[in-house]
Design a protein around this ligand. Sequence first.
Ligand SMILES: Cc1cc2nc3c(=O)[nH]c(=O)nc-3n(C[C@H](O)[C@H](O)[C@H](O)COP(=O)(O)O)c2cc1C
Length: 168
Amino acid sequence: MSKEALEFITKRRSIRRFTGEPISRESLKTILKAAMAAPSANNSRPWQFLVVTDKEKIATICNAHPYAKFGVDAGAVIIPFGKKEGYKWFDQDMGAATENLLLAAANLGLGATWCGVLGDLEPRVHSAADLPDDMFAFALIPIGVPAEVQPPRTQYDEKRVRWETCSD
Ligand SMILES: Cc1cc2nc3c(=O)[nH]c(=O)nc-3n(C[C@H](O)[C@H](O)[C@H](O)COP(=O)(O)O)c2cc1C
């Protein structure tokens, strides 16, 4: 992998402070193109994306999630969602799309954070976002113009790597 490719990936950090400025439709479309370029089992692409830019609605959605309240100053919230029931690869496919989305946002100079939606958080986010009954919210992602800097880093840890075999 080239140095530039690693830089592209390590630029992505969770950003939780935003200036409140809006995000252009063009940037949001680029981010969604990256998300939808993700791999999925049998190319099933179980994803849909709710994109919210209305300030009041952003606040309603972010306040419904105890660990996403910082998102009220975001310029947009994206909720990747889809039909989870009966599709065993749902979480893996949605995770791949979500990571692509975050990488694209970071490389457009925007800040974002993956806020997980699981257990009793799902109905709360689901209802705040007014998703259809048969759909499942996978994550809540506030995206905004960053008002903080988090430095790139790899977190590479040689101890977590087993070259060729797992036995010592
Ligand atoms: C599945 C998942 C759920 C997460 N949920 C939250 C969350 O609810 N709120 C939050 O502020 N960050 C959340 N994060 C972000 C992590 O805290 C963050 O990725 C981690 O601390 C590493 O920091 P980095 O993203 O800057 O590399 C979540 C990340 C993942 C992958």
